[in-house]
Design a protein around this ligand. Sequence first.
Ligand code: SAM
Length: 290
Amino acid sequence: MDQSGIAPHNMSDIELKKFVELIYNQCGISLNSAKKSMLSARFGKRLRALGISSYKEYYDFVTQTLGKNDELIQMIDAVTTNTTHFFREANHFSYLTEHALPNLPNSGTLLRVWSAGCSTGEEPYTLAMVLSEHYENHHGNFSILATDVSSSVLQKAKQAVYDDEMALKVPALIKRKYMMQGKGAQAGNWRVIPELRKKIKFGKLNFMDNVYGIEGKFDIIFCRNVIIYFDLETKVKLINYFHKYLDPGGYLFIGHSETLNGLNDDFKAVAPTVYRKPDGQEQIARRRAA
Ligand SMILES: C[S@@+](CC[C@H](N)C(=O)[O-])C[C@H]1O[C@@H](n2cnc3c(N)ncnc32)[C@H](O)[C@@H]1O
């Protein structure tokens, strides 16, 4: 029993099934019954916060108040897995500068990058650090759009404050250049410098939405460690969106344990977990060969 005196009963299989359906419909995340203890623990915190004593009551509260309060958002926040860190899957960033940028016509003007499923910001800030380093020696500039479904991770991302342990993942020279060390009450924390923060626009986006409201196209999309949670239908829908939002010749980076096999035949694998949308010439050649 917690301090509020409320001890939620165990989640029944029927309740679990209803939550799994709701989560799938609202954010495309496909959970199975093995996730019962994870959901019970995470929702238990919401039950306590709201003073609700059963999972059934919580389900009714979330569904009956849809659109009337933000409990659905809180529920999605509780369900999503937000693990991330700076320079995660570091070979993607070397591939980006060594192979992708030299092949992109826009890299000499304004490169547009989308970090889709950006979590607490480490991925888009890593991109901003790597691209800033690149553009010290090359013509051009860049802008980054970073989106996530979870309001709480976006709030943290916008603050751009990370503790020592997180900041350790940033190579020392880069950290010295792009992060400020906190003092006084902020000792032990690091904040990304304003010049880099300005390069990133954060926004809330649920991949399940029918309209994304994003203008223009991108040269590069990072959507890493996100599609792993989705079922086949949702993966296909999302990858088709990415295809639409990439300029011809643009690159899509996905997580190291993810694949586009069976999701979209038009992307060409150019390195492990790095894909390219064919450019105009290749598209014509493919159509002729078909
Ligand atoms: C494991 S994190 C990955 C973070 C980062 N891309 C990385 O690789 O380090 C997955 C992120 O996907 C987000 N996500 C899950 N479902 C989503 C949806 N339906 N729409 C948008 N973002 C979603 C989660 O909120 C979470 O922040």
